[in-house]
Structures are given as structure tokens and as C-alpha cells.
Design a protein around this ligand. Structure first.
Ligand SMILES: CC(C)(COP(=O)(O)OP(=O)(O)OC[C@H]1O[C@@H](n2cnc3c(N)ncnc32)[C@H](O)[C@@H]1OP(=O)(O)O)[C@@H](O)C(=O)NCCC(=O)NCCS
Length: 198
């Protein structure tokens, strides 16, 4: 059985994060975002983006790795650029084969810990309304507090902002029933890649 570790990103992770980033975008947003846009996503461009982010502040990026060092999921966070919340989770993706095994929860909680360490006592994450992944945030105690329109790949898409007003309250961050697993980017993921060409 693989042991999954959540750790801070390293410069050498940028390429593998970028590959998984493109792979998970194509899987998660098929039928939601325009197909030519998804087909045209560039691993090279995303690698450059991730390398810059990791170089700037590696602690804002967390990866889930198996025993062999394969990256199974990743997430990033930082200060919120606008609105009522101090922090923001910019990205959170788990490889298709590894979903529903608790990795997303562990990554999200690691990002929350990072935000609390930076004196960010609250957080928001933006998720496309048509992405069923948003129910994961609901499960983890996030409240649907705001709606916005993003333009991604030339398409206007509604997004929901899920918020955690008090990250220091661990109970409120773990959702209604289940316990925690024993527990900058300068723009959101959507903003960052909205201008990628197909
Ligand atoms: C959404 C995502 C990050 C969740 O990560 P995960 O590792 O699959 O989720 P976990 O196994 O940690 O799930 C934690 C809990 O949330 C629940 N959950 C996970 N995905 C869910 C979903 N889509 N709808 C409802 N509940 C969900 C799990 O059943 C689990 O519940 P439990 O408390 O009863 O155990 C992951 O599935 C993913 O990357 N999806 C595709 C990309 C995406 O949508 N990313 C978010 C973009 S903002």
C-alpha cells in the first residue's frame, strides 16, 4: 500500500505539477470549457508558471506524493486579492486515479494551515458552478458565499466562491460529519489561464 505524503513543493516539481495540471483540467472541464481551449493547454507554459510560483514562495504550493515521489495531487494558496476573506486557495487538483481517497482533504487542510501561518484567518476558493468538485468544498465545510463570472478560453462561465470564515476553528473546516485526516500565484487558476490560446 502506498503511503501518501503531503509536502511543500520544490523547484524540480514544476514540470510534473504542470503535466498533472493540464491532465486534470482536461478531465475536469470537458463539456464545461471549450474543447479547442482544453486541447490547446500547454504543459510548457504551465511549467514556466509553476516554476515562477515555486521559486517565489515554495510554501504556498503543496504536493501529494507516493513512495516513489510521483505527484498525485497539488494545491496552491496565498493572500486573497479582493473581498472579505484574508486568504485564497488558488488551485486544488488530484489525479483522476487517486480521487476519493482522502488526498484532496489532506491537501486542502495543509493549505489552510499555511494560510493560518501567514495570519490569514479566513479563506475563499473559486470553483466553476458546473464542476461537481464544488460539492467537495461543501463537504469540507465551505459555504457558497459569492458568485462571479470568469472568462476562460473565450467562454463566460459562472463560478461559485466557497468560504471558510474562521480557519482557526478546525471543526468548521472539516465539514459536517467526518474528522480531519488526523489532518503567489497572484491570480486564481482561472484568471491565470484565461488567456491561454487554443
Ligand atoms: C475535488 C477534488 C480536489 C477532491 O479531492 P479528492 O481527493 O477526490 O477528495 P477526498 O477523497 O479528499 O474527499 C473528501 C470528502 O469529500 C467527498 N467528496 C469528494 N469529491 C466530492 C464530490 N465531487 N462531490 C461530493 N463529495 C465529494 C468525499 O466523498 C469525502 O467525503 P467523506 O468526508 O465522507 O470522506 C478532486 O476530486 C479533484 O481534483 N477533482 C477534479 C478537479 C477539481 O474539480 N478540482 C477543484 C477545482 S477548483
Amino acid at each position: 500500500m502506498d503511503e501518501i505524503t503531503i509536502r511543500t513543493a520544490r523547484p524540480g516539481d514544476a514540470r510534473r505539477i504542470a503535466r498533472l495540471d493540464v491532465e486534470t483540467w482536461r478531465a475536469a472541464y470537458a463539456g464545461i470549457l471549450a474543447t479547442p481551449f482544453l486541447v490547446g493547454l500547454s504543459t510548457q507554459r504551465r511549467e514556466l508558471g509553476w516554476a515562477t510560483v515555486i521559486e517565489r514562495e515554495p510554501r504556498d504550493v503543496r504536493v501529494a506524493v507516493d513512495n516513489d515521489g510521483n505527484i498525485l495531487g497539488f494545491g496552491s494558496c496565498g493572500r486573497c486579492r479582493d473581498g472579505k476573506f484574508a486568504g485564497e486557495v488558488y488551485t486544488l487538483y488530484v489525479a483522476s486515479d487517486w480521487q476519493n481517497q482522502g488526498i484532496g482533504r489532506r491537501l486542502l487542510l495543509a493549505l489552510f494551515e499555511r494560510l493560518v501561518d501567514q495570519a490569514c484567518g479566513s479563506a475563499i476558493i473559486w470553483v466553476l458552478r458546473d464542476n461537481p468538485g464544488r460539492f467537495f468544498y461543501q463537504r469540507l465545510g465551505g459555504r457558497d458565499v459569492q458568485h462571479r463570472i470568469f472568462t476562460v478560453g473565450g467562454k463566460r462561465i459562472e463560478a461559485a466562491g466557497y468560504a471558510w470564515p474562521d480557519l482557526r476553528n478546525r471543526r468548521a473546516c472539516r465539514g459536517p460529519a467526518r474528522a480531519l485526516m488526523s489532518y503567489s500565484l497572484s491570480m486564481t487558476s482561472f484568471d491565470r489561464f484565461a488567456h491561454e490560446t487554443a
